[in-house]
Design a protein around this ligand. Structure first.
Ligand code: TYC
Length: 113
């Protein structure tokens, strides 16, 4: 939605004084979105990463395998875009799951511009 003031009228009275009525639109600023990033490392098994993507990011096996390979080759990939609260939850779930399985997998979040 536009956030600039909306000019409604511009009238002058009997003395020639002008007044401007300005209606500002209600500010409905959307909250920022956050990218959840998965980072490559040399030790986490590929199958574990695929499982993480299926389990926490609702990806199909084929989708999960593709993203896992992207991270493996490029070092990092965006695995989803969420509100701050959901992104934090996803990062926490992945980090906790990796830690419990003693894998060094890293997951972070980054504000979208
Ligand atoms: N590089 C890891 C390996 O060769 C696989 C891997 C992929 C690890 C993606 C982390 O986010 C990751 N076993």
């Amino acid at each position: 939605m536009l956030s600039e003031p909306l000019m409604m009228s511009d009238k002058s009275d009997e003395d020639g004084n002008t007044s401007v009525l300005v209606q500002t639109r209600p500010k409905t600023k959307r909250p920022p979105l956050y990218k959840v990033l998965l980072l490559n490392d040399d030790y986490t098994p590929m199958e574990f990463v695929v499982h993480v993507l299926e389990r926490f990011f609702a990806m199909s096996h084929a989708q999960a395998f593709e993203i896992m390979l992207t991270v493996h080759k490029k070092g990092v990939a965006v695995v989803g875009v969420f509100s701050h609260e959901i992104a934090e939850t996803k990062v926490g779930q992945v980090m906790d799951f990796a830690r419990r399985h003693q894998h060094p997998l890293q997951c972070t979040m980054e504000r979208e511009d």
